[in-house]
Design a protein around this ligand. Structure first.
Ligand code: ACM
Length: 634
């Protein structure tokens, strides 16, 4: 043993442990707990033998590895249970290695052999993901690639996750995404060791999961009118516009997705968002509403239907289920019964966010409920609803989870909280002893724009990559054991297709992955961004879309005494040069270079900028109307 470590020290060229920056060439995201690099490399043979033991749970991992090695490199891969001459071994530990837990792994790459060891198949899968990131980026191609030296550097890696809950939420309700698209989303997320896909299955724009006992949820509730443009501003659909846009997953589809995810060590958390965000359900079954006339409602197609301004949302049409209506609890029992059977994951997320109360305030049934149950506020009315719902969920053997609004008015006894309005709700819930998942808008909202609004699909706010990278799920003031982990959320009001879903998710998803997997003390923005750029090549090979927004500068402006603008440009990334024009032409590196705040010429209307690294244009051509900057000055 001693001799071996001496030998290892002798040939080691780089060593990486906690707090150190990785040696050149190792660009693994999320950053492993411990990685050491050695001289030499493993060259992938044309014929690869993989020894994967006889345990059935490893078969999926070896099949995944086989597909990767046979696709782009075109190797012939044979999987054997015992093979002393194997060049790659996937080994399940006979005695558990307590350091690495359920999902950790140890990866050893030597010139002639690769060995991945883990306690469970999930760990082997994550070891394979790390191994893929050691091979050239072309390994991500879905077609054979010629003239690549399929080499991986010699390494010894010990790695395990910081959190058990490493999630991405995908809103398939605002826009419907097909089963194949959801699989595509899963394929990308597992490369960064996410293990939870939260599907937001119901909302005002559509109900996306078949409930056999309530067929109108999908025959009626899954379709709206196709509108294209800026969500929330559309003209109300005319009676003769076809309500054919949308779709839903049949129960067989869900079973297929659950299995597909499971094969990649991903759990699916279903979300049924009630009592607000429920217009699709109300349209299907108007008797669930407190409000007369709900039978005239239609599934929302992006026309205005809520006022989002002010401390409380108010609804223009009543998109809530009525807490004072016993039919609602019968309805929810049916829904939860089927959801519990379809999704093996231990939690069901029942929404609870942004529930408008203005129609409840008008309702005689709600007033009677408040008197009967001694409820003082509308928040307490929602809390009454949530506590009854929690009992329904628990009666099906599942844990109840909701957005942090479920704390208002009193939290049910065992509820788990997903904190989205910052981390405040999560802190409050954890202090009361409840489980918490952190997914704050501040760091983890993937629907937010990634750079200036002039470059992006417009939505409420901006969240840059570097800010996402600051995501820290455990606040100082709480018991860390109650923080199950973190996730990022992709809402899709303004996401019409899977390419845009990918654009919004990456690269911020990598920042979140590192926040929920890697040791906190290993995080380092500059080093991380260097790795992100290498990952971009992998995305190009896989033809997965990502946002180049990180290369766009930020703009701030003040007004000079003569009313012209003084404009400051800031880069998110070090080492880039910005070139600009005010004359409406398209700048390149022969134009003025930005070195400090610039004064706009009196009659200029447009500032155009582009970022370069050396001689290479790297950012997008950004066109900033000066009227836009002017309008931002208070
Ligand atoms: C949310 O973003 N309304 C949970």
């Amino acid at each position: 043993m001693k001799k071996l470590s001496l030998l290892l020290c002798g040939c080691m060229v780089h060593f990486l442990s906690f707090g150190q920056v990785a040696p050149a060439g190792l660009s693994i995201i999320p950053e492993p707990v411990k990685a050491a690099r050695f001289a030499g490399q493993f060259l992938l043979p044309k014929r690869v033998i993989v020894e994967a033991g006889a345990q059935p749970e490893v078969a999926g991992v070896s099949a995944y590895l086989k597909k990767k090695l046979s696709t782009a490199p075109g190797s012939t891969v044979t999987i054997k249970t015992v093979a002393p001459t194997a060049s790659i071994r996937l080994v399940l530990n006979k005695t558990a290695d307590t350091l690495i837990g359920k999902e950790g792994y140890k990866l050893s790459v030597k010139a002639k052999k690769i060995v991945i060891r883990a306690n469970e198949a999930a760990g082997l899968f994550y070891g394979v993901q790390t191994l893929m990131q050691l091979f050239p980026s072309e390994i991500e191609s879905i077609e054979p690639v010629k003239n690549v030296k399929w080499a991986a550097p010699c390494v010894e890696i010990t790695d395990y996750p910081r959190f058990a809950w490493r999630g991405l939420m995908f809103d398939v309700a605002r826009h419907f995404f097909t089963k194949a698209e959801v699989k595509q989303y899963i394929d990308a997320m597992v490369k960064y060791k996410f293990n939870l896909l939260h599907l937001h299955l119901t909302d005002d724009e559509g109900w996306r999961v078949e409930i056999k006992s309530l067929p109108k949820l999908t025959t009626v509730g899954a379709y709206n009118v196709k509108k294209v443009g800026q969500f929330g501003t559309f003209t109300p659909p005319a009676a003769d516009e076809p309500r054919t846009y949308g779709g839903f997953y049949t129960q067989d589809d869900i079973k297929e997705l659950v299995q597909y995810a499971k094969d990649r060590f991903v759990d699916i958390l279903p979300e049924i968002d009630v009592p607000g965000h429920s217009l699709a359900a109300v349209v299907a079954y108007p008797e669930l509403s407190c409000t007369p006339g709900a039978d005239k409602y239609v599934v929302n197609s992006g026309e205005p239907f809520m006022n989002w301004n002010g401390p409380h949302n108010t609804a223009i049409v009543d998109n809530t289920l009525c807490p004072a209506n016993e039919n609602v609890y019968t309805f929810l029992d049916k829904v939860v019964t089927e959801i519990a059977q379809l999704f093996p994951f231990g939690y069901i997320h029942m929404g609870g966010d942004e529930c408008a109360k203005n129609f409840w305030e008008q309702s005689d049934a709600i007033k009677a409920l408040m008197t009967r149950e001694n409820l003082k506020t509308q928040q307490e009315v929602q809390s009454y609803f949530e506590k009854r719902l929690e009992k329904i969920v628990e009666s099906k053997g599942k844990k109840f989870m909701g957005w942090d609004e479920i704390i208002e008015g009193g939290l049910g006894p065992n509820a788990a909280v997903m904190s989205w309005r910052g981390i405040k709700g999560g802190i409050e819930a954890a202090k009361m002893g409840h489980e918490v998942v952190m997914s704050p808008t501040t760091f983890a909202y993937l629907d937010y724009m990634q750079s200036d609004r002039v470059n992006e699909t417009k939505i409420y706010a901006t969240l840059r990559l570097s800010k996402s990278y600051e995501f820290e799920p455990v606040p100082d003031s709480v018991d860390a054991k109650l923080i199950k982990g973190g996730q990022a959320n992709l809402w899709t009001e303004q996401v019409y297709n899977i390419r845009q879903a990918e654009y919004m998710t990456w690269p911020r998803g990598m920042a979140i992955a590192e926040s929920v997997w890697s040791p906190k003390e290993k995080k380092n923005w500059n080093y991380f961004f260097g790795k992100v750029e290498k990952q971009f090549n992998r995305f190009d090979e896989a033809e997965t879309k990502y946002a180049p927004s990180v290369y766009d500068p930020s703009f701030t402006a003040v007004r000079n005494p003569d009313n012209t603008l003084k404009i400051t440009l800031t880069n998110e990334v070090e080492g880039l040069d910005i070139y600009y024009s005010f004359d409406n032409s398209f700048p390149d590196r022969f134009y003025p270079k930005y070195t400090g705040p610039i004064d706009a010429p009196k009659d200029a209307t447009t500032l155009r900028v582009i970022t370069y690294r050396g001689k290479k244009p790297i950012g997008r051509m950004v066109t900033m109307p000066l009227s836009e900057l002017n309008s931002r000055i208070k």
